[in-house]
Design a protein around this ligand. Structure first.
Ligand SMILES: C[S@@+](CC[C@H](N)C(=O)[O-])C[C@H]1O[C@@H](n2cnc3c(N)ncnc32)[C@H](O)[C@@H]1O
Length: 260
């Protein structure tokens, strides 16, 4: 139901995270993308980052997402930006895709696949059971000196217990910015860049969802999912105002293997 809620709440969003379009573009520049490079985006949502990067930098890309709503939107966006010949969107479970790819890449010289120049997972580190597990999933897919781009939440200050509980984060799910650095380093990565959402764009990401969801509820009062969608709107709006906007930050971390 959480996925269904986001499919409804983010129907009018292009970027399904708190970064602005300008920051998604800046992230492509930070990564130093060049024409012909290959980018894999795990849990790509509506594919906005891949399509923009393909249009601006001439990269090729593969995006994987589980949502039957976001995947067609991603394909349409690639068409709209004139990059559908270079951006392939697959519907599937990202961890399974990454593991299959790793198996293929381990196949040696006869392998059908090549490692990617950049592997991203922006705002979906649950696919690997947390940051460390997701970095493990991503690692085989990237070339030795390639970049990993990970979007992740972090605590901006020590949260009270009720914030942790309300935001449904386990005690170890999220850490501070220095704690995030520790997790990256323990996984064998050097943090070489970072792009953080600010409070205003966090609010825009969240509050625009309230409007879209409220409109959906008015248009679908008899929908069998309406009660649950209303409950999720009510709790997520209150949680954002009470805790999320104060205690939780959101950023994208650019990593390279320490031994690269
Ligand atoms: C917060 S959104 C981020 C989307 C995109 N990376 C972006 O920043 O615009 C999380 C995405 O993860 C996708 N997702 C959730 N679980 C997934 C899974 N197990 N495998 C693939 N995609 C998944 C959702 O459909 C959604 O598009």
């Amino acid at each position: 139901m959480t996925l269904r809620y986001h499919e409804i709440a983010e129907a009018r969003h292009r970027i399904l995270n708190p970064l602005t379009e300008a920051k998604v573009d800046l992230l492509g520049e930070i990564c130093g993308l060049t024409p012909g490079q290959r980018v894999l985006d795990l849990a790509c949502g509506k594919g906005e980052m891949l399509a923009r990067w393909a249009a601006a930098h001439g990269v090729r890309g593969v995006g994987v997402d589980i949502s039957e709503v976001f995947v067609p939107a991603a394909r349409s966006r690639a068409e709209e930006l004139g990059v559908a010949d270079r951006v392939r969107i697959e519907r599937g479970e990202a961890a399974a895709f990454a593991r299959d790819l790793a198996g293929d890449l381990a196949g040696g010289p006869g392998a059908r696949e090549e490692p990617y120049d950049v592997v991203a997972c922006v705002g979906a580190t649950w696919i690997g059971g947390g940051l460390a597990g997701t970095l493990d999933l991503m690692r085989p897919a990237v070339r030795d000196d390639g970049l990993l781009v990970v979007g992740e939440v972090y605590w901006t200050e020590e949260p009270p217990a009720e914030a942790v509980e309300s935001l449904r984060l386990g005690p170890g799910d999220c850490t501070s910015l220095p704690g995030t650095l520790d997790r990256c380093e323990e996984a064998g990565y050097e943090l070489i860049e970072m792009l953080l959402a600010d409070g205003d764009s966090w609010d825009r990401y969240a509050a625009a969802q309230w409007h879209t969801t409220s409109d959906w509820l008015r248009a679908h009062p008899e929908d069998p999912e309406a009660d649950e969608i209303r409950r999720l709107l009510t709790t997520s709006r209150r949680d954002h105002l009470a805790y999320q906007r104060r205690y939780l930050g959101w950023g994208v971390f650019v990593l390279r293997a320490q031994d690269a």
